[in-house]
Design a binder for this molecule. Sequence first.
Ligand SMILES: Nc1nc2c(c(=O)[nH]1)N[C@H]1C(S)=C(S)[C@@H](COP(=O)(O)OP(=O)(O)OC[C@H]3O[C@@H](n4cnc5c(=O)[nH]c(N)nc54)[C@H](O)[C@@H]3O)O[C@H]1N2
Ligand SMILES: Nc1nc2c(c(=O)[nH]1)N[C@H]1C(S)=C(S)[C@@H](COP(=O)(O)OP(=O)(O)OC[C@H]3O[C@@H](n4cnc5c(=O)[nH]c(N)nc54)[C@H](O)[C@@H]3O)O[C@H]1N2
Ligand code: SF4
Ligand SMILES: [Mo]
Length: 738
Amino acid sequence: MTAEHKVTYCRICEPLCGLIATVEDGRLLALRPDKDHPLSQGRACPKGIAFSDVQNDPDRVLHPLRRRPDGSFAEVSWDEALGDIAARLRGVLDEHGGGAVGEYLGNPSAFGYAASLWSGLFMKRIGAGHLYSAGSQDINSRYVASKLLYGAATQIPFPDLPRTDFLFMLGANPLVSHGSALRVPRVRDDLAGIVKRGGRVIVVDPRRTETAAAYEHVPVRPDSDAWLMLSLLHVVFAENLEDTAAIAATSTGIDDLRAMCAGFPPEETAARTGVPAATVRELARDFASARTAVAYGRTGACLGHHGTLVSFLIDALNTVTGNLDRPGGALMSHQVIPVEQFGEKSGAFSYNTKKSRIGGFPDVFGSFPAALIAEEITTGGPGQLRALFVFAGNPVLSVPNSVALESALGQLDLLVSLDLYVNETNRHADYILPGTTFLERDDLPMAYAACCPTVFLQAAEPVVPAYGQARPEWEVFEELAARMGLSLFATGALAPLNPVLRLLERRGLRITPQRMMHALLRIGPYGDRFGLRRGGLNPARLRAHPHGIVLAEHAPHGVLSEVVTHPGGKVALAPAEIVGEVARLGRAPGITDDFPLLAIGIRELRSQNSWMHNSPILMKGNRTQRARVNPSDAAAAGLLDGAAVRVVSATGAIELEVLITDEVGPGTVAIPQGWGHRGGGWRLANAHPGANVNELTSSRPEDLEALAGMSVLNGVAVRLEAVRRPSQSPARYSASRP
Ligand SMILES: Nc1nc2c(c(=O)[nH]1)N[C@H]1C(S)=C(S)[C@@H](COP(=O)(O)OP(=O)(O)OC[C@H]3O[C@@H](n4cnc5c(=O)[nH]c(N)nc54)[C@H](O)[C@@H]3O)O[C@H]1N2
Ligand SMILES: Nc1nc2c(c(=O)[nH]1)N[C@H]1C(S)=C(S)[C@@H](COP(=O)(O)OP(=O)(O)OC[C@H]3O[C@@H](n4cnc5c(=O)[nH]c(N)nc54)[C@H](O)[C@@H]3O)O[C@H]1N2
Ligand code: SF4
Ligand SMILES: [Mo]
């Protein structure tokens, strides 16, 4: 057969860049960027191209696996695996109830719609008491900030990059991450465009990152952004730089916000933030007086001790300067397929409707902090976690205090993983079920695709049939429900979709995730209303435009009063939770004599969290994980460049190679995250293990962020110790240097 070229899009990270897959006989030969993609226009990053290594990886799990008593895995049939899982789950439910069952959703689950929907229905149906996700290590603080500000957690404002004159970026490194909670596949061009138009890009970051080096860098001490943002707002108010008309029209609580900021003049916060008062004053003036300006923050804003507060203050700055919901400012996220609108209606995007058994944390979308999983497994009593599904996740590397988590997993009665690999987490599972890659399934974008300055939609068909016995993950949950005699639709969770479901029923169609999404598409703002609106979107029209359809050049503005669900459609600038959090400021542990430095994470261009280190293309060049240490701190600890360092925190210690550099300031240590491979089925990754930063981070409830239960992954107090002996522990780090 001759090779075919199939249009698709990448689902590794948020830009969803267009790709062309070369396929022969149902096998992928290669991936290349799609020149005809309206947004990415021929751009894709090394990970996207290297996904062919994952698709064709000889180490990929292609059969259901059952763990043997000796820890090795044996292939079993789907029938056997699902039969046993259903029976064992039934046993746990009969003995302990749904409160003993849980699920952890990893990051890749957010890049397909079907399985997260169906697994959610399944968990709801069995009354699962434990839902967790990568969100508590990533973005839940952002959601909670939005819940407090707008009443709608999924309303995540994003910077209108093509039109802004002033981008104030805090804790994001889009030249490497390619943007997060922001869909701009050509982010490099978008940032350059701002400066070309005569605008400015400010990057607030403890590290001189790739993005910071390319633009105006404001170095900041880790975990001090709350003080910086309060000081910026302080100056705006003290110097009467606010937009009073916009404030009056769009918000409530301005007097309380002003009072909250009064105690934080930049002269008093400079010692903590490391940002000189004059710089803060100038930034505040420049931001407020720019024709248009927008503040944007991402994981560096979300993962400190005050992640919800920092995310909140970023939006508050946009609001009080009149830059929220206007061109060139922050635009409200805008969905083509109104999944989130229905989710908000059905109550799926809840906050603080229940509390975690351990720690008493508020739920975020029904989920609790993943940092608590270990203690939820090891703590007896009603609601003890006994059966856990891990879907597209590797929490043993990604969740704080991974040593505790890894040892707790062994106590579960049932651990089931749906994944592409045997990883550090599911090597402890009873069953590993082979999931499909994004090239093997249909998709429609969800979630952060709504944070796009252009209104755009692209649908993807599978470009290759599932390899081996891999199965779409949603079918696994449907099949389990069937084997347990449960209907997924009996809970009322889909009640807001009843008209859609009835429609499918009337047509005699089985309810599948795809049919549900297509129905939502058709009744959504751009849909064809099942023929009532000429030219509207429907599945056939999407198929006719495989590169996607630009529905509007610019996302809408002036929509605040429609999307904000607070009384009068007004933004709440001083909710009690935030007032309380400001009052608590400063009680976070911070540095001590024992642990005088603060550690932060690094994302790398050729990694995707923990799961692409088995790709030969990405691992080329003898990659090494290195801790970045400032020369003064290196001298104080007696470290030599290229030698090994032991990084010690109150939770644990890791060893890795040190890179002495002034890209981090004194007092800051930066360490790449996503490493620490050992014992999974990914052989190349195991040969370049690196160290797991989450052996340093804390899972103690008192160490989590208060409002969203976020893991504190940046600003972790540590000390450095020179490792004198020659590097002898290759299981911990790779000592080789390019
Ligand atoms: N210290 C520290 N820790 C962090 C962070 C940090 O900055 N510092 N970042 C955090 C962030 S932002 C995130 S998102 C989390 C990520 O945390 P996780 O989601 O727990 O971890 P990943 O490394 O993304 O692992 C994803 C898993 O999904 C599998 N997978 C990939 N694609 C598919 C698929 O299509 N189907 C199925 N079934 N499986 C698939 C991969 O093989 C891999 O095993 O880590 C967090 N942890
Ligand atoms: N190549 C690549 N791309 C990725 C990923 C990957 O692993 N590799 N992961 C994907 C995922 S899951 C996500 S969530 C996104 C994240 O997208 P981004 O948030 O843009 O990614 P990061 O590179 O983690 O950027 C966070 C920045 O915050 C800085 N920072 C750390 N602590 C602080 C602090 O206290 N204050 C301030 N102001 N800054 C701080 C860090 O130095 C870092 O530069 O990236 C995605 N894209
Ligand atoms: S930037 Fe993200 S979405 Fe685009 S090609 Fe790279 S991995 Fe894929
Ligand atoms: Mo993430």
